[in-house]
Design a protein around this ligand. Structure first.
Ligand SMILES: Cc1ncc(COP(=O)(O)O)c(C=O)c1O
Length: 402
């Protein structure tokens, strides 16, 4: 018998599956780095040298002294970690959080996937910022949703445009399921939503009886003294599903994130998560628990903020110097600067040639958009590349563009 025709065995859901451009680029970078040095402005990782890995090593020793480190934890996470996360949310974010409403997840990624799985039916409408975090868009598309994008400016999602969209949908007798926002240091733009817009968004959600998913992945990488209190901290009607992650400060490799849910939703999320992963990795849960319990988070975060602020400034200065006139964002938080190239330039093509010809990795902005409006955009990460290579990388972009 010849090998089977596997397409015959695939579910129709396969048609909804697309690869993430970030993962595709990361594989290409890995390949390219075998031949030559690569300056990476691609993935949204923290700088491994900013993370106190030696300290983690010492903590890991005490982690593995505990018998529970090598067996399953409850699906919803270790109770002591959930307590610490609730206290973290109360202390750092002004959110009146309860540990019972927290589920520890495999990064924010699993939290977002669970939301898709449990809240969306095929054909449901979901409102997102345009552009928005590509992996959320991709994973939610796997549940058959229709995404509607609302554009952004320096104050984040344009809530007046959101109102117009909702009004139009209402006239068509359509109700979206929820609104997804990354209010602080948004991915991919680096933009931060103003406090007025945060309040307005919540008012709109109340008026139209919608839920908000607030993705706080970058809430603790903030470089200017601005008020970035989460929308959840203003939420009096329990309309906000809060997605948290320790990835960007403590390390993406730890895979620890969480959901803070309205109490009514906790049981079904736990039940759906259990058979799929049993629990988030217990050594990582214990490590994060120890970091929080021993009050080490602030020091780790402060060091990251100091370093990334410097790196952001180096990148912005290089952009001003080598790419004058190119429209770009001026992030006060997060890990990314977003560029609008001349209209005839394809971000895809530029990113490919940059890696191939100049050994510089960047992510095309197009897949972050819900429409065709971002074909000429590029996302640059500034946290990962060494300080002394940032200028050289930006210069290479300018030279290739020229
Ligand atoms: C906005 C946003 N949400 C969620 C995630 C998921 O990260 P993790 O699963 O590591 O928490 C990322 C990672 O880049 C992100 O940018």
């Amino acid at each position: 018998m010849p090998k089977p025709d596997y397409s015959k065995f695939e579910s129709s859901r396969v048609n909804l599956v697309e690869p993430s451009p970030i993962r595709v680029m990361v594989s290409k970078i890995a390949q390219k780095s075998r031949e030559t040095r690569v300056i990476s402005f691609a993935a949204g990782d923290p700088d491994p040298d900013v993370i106190p890995r030696e300290l983690y090593g010492e903590l890991a020793k005490s982690v593995f002294e505990e018998r529970k480190s090598v067996i399953y934890s409850p699906t919803e996470g270790l109770p002591e970690l959930r307590e610490e996360i609730a206290s973290f949310m109360r202390g750092y974010e002004g959110v009146d959080a309860r540990s019972e409403d927290i589920i520890v997840t495999l990064g924010g990624s699993q939290a977002l996937d669970l939301i898709g799985k449990l809240m969306f039916d095929p054909g449901d409408i979901v409102i997102v910022e345009n552009p928005s975090y590509v992996n959320t868009l991709l994973v939610w598309k796997q549940y058959g949703v229709k995404l509607i994008g609302v554009s952004m400016d320096d104050e984040g999602m344009k809530t007046s445009e959101l109102e117009a969209v909702l009004k139009k949908l209402k006239a068509e007798k359509k109700t979206p399921k929820l609104i997804y926002t990354i209010p602080t240091g948004q991915n991919p733009t680096g933009l931060t939503m103003s406090m007025d817009r945060r309040k307005h968004l919540l008012e709109i959600a109340s008026q139209y009886d919608l839920l908000i998913v607030e993705d706080t992945a970058y809430n603790h990488l903030v470089y200017e003294p601005v008020n970035v209190k989460p929308i959840k901290s203003l939420d009096r009607e329990d309309r906000v599903i809060y997605v948290g992650s320790f990835s960007k400060v403590l390390g993406t490799g730890l895979r620890i994130g969480w959901l803070h849910l309205p109490s009514e939703l906790v049981e079904v999320f736990k039940a759906a998560k259990g058979p799929s992963d049993m629990c988030a990795p217990v050594p990582s849960q214990l490590l994060v628990y120890k970091i929080l319990k021993q009050g080490l988070f602030k020091e780790i975060r402060d060091r990251a903020v100091r370093t990334y602020k410097e790196k952001r400034d180096l990148m912005l200065q290089a952009i001003e110097k080598y790419l004058p006139g190119i429209k770009h964002t001026h992030p006060i938080a997060g890990m990314f600067v977003f560029l609008w190239l001349p209209p005839n330039i394809s971000g895809w093509k530029l990113a490919e040639e940059l890696l191939e010809k100049r050994g510089v990795a960047a992510i095309p902005g197009a897949p972050f958009f819900t429409d065709e409006s971002g074909l000429n955009t590029l996302r640059l990460n500034f946290s990962m590349a060494p300080k002394d290579l940032i200028e050289e990388g930006v210069k290479a972009i300018a030279e290739l563009l020229a």
